[in-house]
Design a binder for this molecule. Structure first.
Ligand SMILES: [Zn+2]
Ligand SMILES: [Zn+2]
Length: 131
């Protein structure tokens, strides 16, 4: 499978981040290419990690209750973006974010990606209830 990658130089990539999220690195959001979770710099800081890790590691490496343990620099490379030849996670859309919700039926908690101002129904991965 050939994945068409978006290639940035570091300068272009930083400019793109600034255009989307401003200058506060904690507001930046990246999508994990494996689990699809939108991770923010703030979450990394709260998990005791370096916010800089957010574009190459999934939050699950620091907080087991969220996301997965994917890293862009791991053995398998499924990233669709690269910066100066380094694979990185893709930027998330400014208006989407992941929230962890817990199922009222079986108490399973799971991450969903929500778009600001939109109400959606989610399917519990464990008991398949619609929430
Ligand atoms: Zn992940
Ligand atoms: Zn459930």
């Amino acid at each position: 499978m050939i994945v068409e990658r978006r290639k940035y130089t570091k300068t272009e990539w930083l400019a793109e981040g600034k255009r989307r999220f401003g200058t506060n690195f904690e507001d930046y959001k990246f999508v994990c290419p494996r689990c699809g979770r939108v991770n923010t710099g703030k979450e990394f800081r709260e998990a005791g990690a370096e916010p800089n890790a957010m574009y190459c590691e999934c939050i699950g490496r620091y907080d087991e209750s969220k996301g997965c343990d994917w890293a862009a620099y791991g053995l398998f490379d499924i990233c669709t973006v690269e910066v100066d030849g380094q694979p990185v996670f893709d930027f998330a859309d400014t208006e989407t974010q992941s929230v962890t919700i817990s199922c009222p039926h079986c108490k399973e908690s799971f991450d969903v990606v929500v778009t600001e101002g939109e109400k959606s129904t989610y399917c519990c991965p464990k008991c398949k209830a619609k929430i």
